[in-house]
Ligand binder design. Sequence first.
Ligand code: URA
Length: 209
Amino acid sequence: MKNVHLLDHPLIQHKISLLRDINTDTKEFRELVQEVSMLMSYEVTRNMPLKEVEIETPVGIARTKVISGKKLGIVPVLRAGLGMADGMLQLLPMAKVGHIGLYRDPGTLEPVEYYCKMPCDIEERDIVIMDPMIATGGSASRAIAYIKERNVNNIKLMCLIASKPGIEKINKEHPDVEIYCAAIDESLNDHGYIIPGLGDAGDRIFGTK
Ligand code: URA
């Protein structure tokens, strides 16, 4: 496995444990997804370039730094990725948000887009794709390819839990993409769920079954 950042901050790890717990209810689950996403955003944005500026303070001139370089876009993968978007937007309220919806074709088992709406200036932005669970990696890989087709060359993938096979697939198909996750689980069950994982993230965020 390469290009993987496992975010081991105690606050993130504690909240991931609560998310895994079958007894965590929908309200708490949704809040936790948002909190973990906000904490993870701190690391995902660590390499944002800075430039020096002069700011007038009440008592003098400060030479200080502000974020420069390309603007950011975030792309939650529908539907579970929606639960992560607000966490990052709390820190980066100026980020534009694209949406991509994918379903699995029952014949080919390949992910197919059913909805896509991206910022019109996407090629001028660095993009963070959000999908809480990277299971087989099929949807995430397709979402990455889709964004690359729009001439974006700096894409990061942010998830809560990634499986080892999912990471390997992304590594193989997109060796340029950095993956940020809060946990790495060994494997998948026959239904494509991450084991032990946390269950169906979309169902748990939205209270559906
Ligand atoms: N999607 C989920 O929500 N959970 C999994 O375990 C795998 C994919």
